[in-house]
Write a new protein. Structure first.
Length: 127
């Protein structure tokens, strides 16, 4: 018997089973809970983007020709914060969507060819 054929059939069967379970899990969340998860995920993404912008700005050397005041530093931090918030609201870099999928367990049905994901194995063990 061909081992790859058996593996493919097992992956398909497991993927279908996982899809049914995860659909049920997702339906148990209320609209308010989903909105809270989205809000938290967008807040995390905006914070991540703000840190990323600050660190990118820190890589630019200060030439010393025009000294930076404390007020300018505060303004720059506030600008980065608002830019990050608006970027996250507009879709950002996709981090919020990944967090939402993870927290609501809304995965696709595709299973990696090399084997069953660890998460799937954990679900199978618990049932």
């Amino acid at each position: 018997m061909d081992v790859s054929l058996i593996q493919a059939q097992a992956n398909t069967s497991v993927a279908e089973n996982l899809q049914r379970r995860l659909a049920f899990q997702s339906e148990r969340l209320s609209a308010e809970e989903k909105a809270d998860i989205r809000e938290a995920a967008e807040a995390f993404e905006s914070y991540f983007l703000q840190i990323m912008m600050r660190e990118m700005r820190n890589t630019v050397p200060d030439n010393g020709l025009i000294p930076r005041s404390n007020a300018e530093q505060i303004f720059t931090d506030m600008l980065d914060q608002e830019t990050a918030i608006e970027t996250a609201r507009a879709g950002g870099i996709g981090l919020a969507d990944i967090i939402i999928r993870q927290m609501t367990m809304e995965y696709s049905t595709s299973v990696p060819r090399m084997g069953v994901p660890l998460r799937l194995a954990e679900i199978e063990e618990n049932n």
